[in-house]
Design a protein around this ligand. Structure first.
Ligand code: GDG
Length: 488
């Protein structure tokens, strides 16, 4: 059976993402192996992949290493190698220092380097070739995220028989910003190789369609884009219909709730409160340490509330988990320094021997510890300046089976389109943010319950299984839009 892993054109369903759902690990004692990295995407796609006998193509997380395909938990894993310089130019450079800031409304200035672009093209081609080799005749290939935007077109060129989907996990910016990209036409063309292009928000899909009209002049109607066919593979049609629409991603909501209901996790939540000195209110932030997440704005607002005496350090503690991220990219190093300076100042100014103002944790934690933190938190602060969706907001809601806790949520996170009963904020408006935090801290139980019930209904009814099913249905069935019929 393991022989099959080396057979070309063997898979009917393929997911392509920058990172594989497994990490290669070398332990101190020299033992090596593969460990699942239980992200939301893996949870979402694992059942689909198992049922379809699918393969996952991606990078294993270590540079300059080649690995043979292998099987992990019933999924075929096909590693794509990256050299150290490709890691710097394609991943840290073009993906995380060009596209990431550009697509998040230039919160940080994007860097444009032609060598980075060349590496991006080269690596995208490698991923596309791996997918072309692995895919069976007429297979479904689902490409994930901004690191791989050229893969759909490259794949279509070599394998016109395939059904190709693309999902963008981050925002797609307005044309005025997008148009800064020197390679703006190539990227749009790359994406238009897909049959269905999914975005987090309706606004993102709209921005994409506008960019297509501005740069290529193609006709769009509703969520459908007519892409003129220039090759000879589709002789009986002069346009290909590409669907570009929103598929808001979600989480394994039942899985989070189940974990939150475990007695050990609840005991751990009580222990967390205890270790902070049982303050009346615990406010929580959980983010990758990223400038898009608005961690500084949140701290500024919190610091001013302490300064002005609207909150007292004896009553309220802010717990900020900032998990390490992209530590070799300069902007991220600077951000870490700034945040840690701010934490030091706030604690220096306002903490007492018995009460810290901010408990700052620059760590990644296991999933059950995160869930215990969600349970321990009276107020959850999600103050992103721009965020495709923000799963933390949904995870907090899914865990609160007690119908308690208040979610303060930025309008600039995709989740705010769905989670309307949160306390919605503009994080740039520091006074408004301060008022929202105070409102959340003081909110009466009845109102908290009313809002949390509504939020929970939304998240539990729209979980990640529904997300992937809806995308794949659009891609494989309804996605073949009949002439003259547009999507609602
Ligand atoms: C991108 C888009 C979009 C964080 N720290 C730890 C930890 N986490 C987990 C959270 C959550 C995930 O990481 C972060 O997801 P987010 O959605 O909040 O943000 P990004 O990482 O920026 O994700 C985003 C997402 O893709 C999906 O499409 O929503 O907008 O930017 O699940 O819980 N998990 C553990 N320990 C940590 O320390 N176990």
């Amino acid at each position: 059976d393991s022989e099959d892993l080396y057979v070309d054109h063997a898979y009917d369903m393929i997911v392509v993402s920058n990172r594989l759902p497994v990490d290669y690990e070398e332990q101190a004692d020299g033992r090596v192996g593969w460990k699942s990295s239980p992200g939301g995407l893996v949870t979402a796609l694992e059942p689909v992949m198992r049922a379809a006998d699918g393969a996952w193509i991606g990078w294993a997380g270590v540079a300059d290493r080649e690995f043979d395909p292998f099987e992990h938990d019933g999924i075929s894993i096909i590693p794509v190698p990256l050299s150290e310089s490709e890691l710097e130019e394609y991943y840290e450079g073009f993906s995380n220092d060009t596209l990431w800031p550009l697509y998040h409304d230039v919160i940080a200035p994007p860097s444009f380097h032609r060598e980075w672009w060349d590496a991006y093209v080269r690596v995208n081609r490698r991923f596309a070739e791996a997918a072309a080799r692995a895919a069976s005749d007429g297979a479904v290939v689902w490409v994930q995220d901004y690191q791989l935007q050229l893969v759909p077109r490259m794949l279509r060129e070599s394998r016109p028989d395939l059904v190709i989907g693309f999902f963008n996990h981050i925002p797609f910016p307005a044309y005025g910003i997008y148009s800064q990209l020197p390679w703006r036409r190539q990227v749009i063309d790359g994406l238009l190789g897909a049959d269905v292009i999914g975005f987090q928000r309706v606004a993102d899909a709209g921005n994409f369609s506008r960019a297509v009209r501005r740069l290529y002049g193609y006709r769009t109607h509703g969520t459908v884009i007519d892409v003129p066919v220039t090759d000879s593979n589709t002789p009986d049609a002069d346009v290909r219909r590409v669907v570009a629409r929103a598929f808001p991603i979600s989480i394994d909501a039942a899985g989070f709730e189940e974990m939150a209901r475990q007695p050990e996790v609840q005991a751990r939540a009580a222990e967390i409160r205890e270790s902070l000195g049982n303050p009346e209110t615990i406010i929580l932030g959980v983010d990758r340490l990223d400038y898009t997440k608005g961690i500084r704005h949140r701290m500024k607002a919190f610091g001013e509330l302490l300064r002005d005496g609207r909150l007292a350090v004896e009553d309220v503690t802010l717990v900020q988990v900032a998990s390490p991220s992209r530590e070799r990219v300069e902007t991220y190093r600077q951000l870490r320094d700034e945040i840690e300076l701010t934490v030091g100042r706030l604690n220096g100014d306002y903490a007492t021997l018995g009460h810290q103002a901010i408990a700052y944790l620059h760590h990644g934690y296991p999933r059950d510890e995160m869930v215990a933190l969600y349970l321990a938190a009276d107020v959850m602060l999600v103050t992103a300046l721009r965020d495709g969706m923000n799963l933390v907001a949904k995870e907090y809601v899914a865990c609160r089976f007690d119908n308690d806790g208040v979610l303060v949520l930025s309008e600039f996170a995709g989740a705010s389109d769905e989670l309307r009963q949160a306390v919605l904020v503009n994080p740039h408006d520091i006074e408004g943010l301060k008022d929202a935090i105070v409102e959340a801290v003081r909110m009466p139980r009845r109102e908290r319950t009313r809002r949390m019930r509504a939020l929970r209904r939304r998240v539990l009814d729209n979980d990640v299984a529904k997300w992937s099913a809806s995308f794949l249905e659009t891609l494989t069935g309804a996605g073949i839009i009949k002439p003259g019929i547009t999507e609602p």
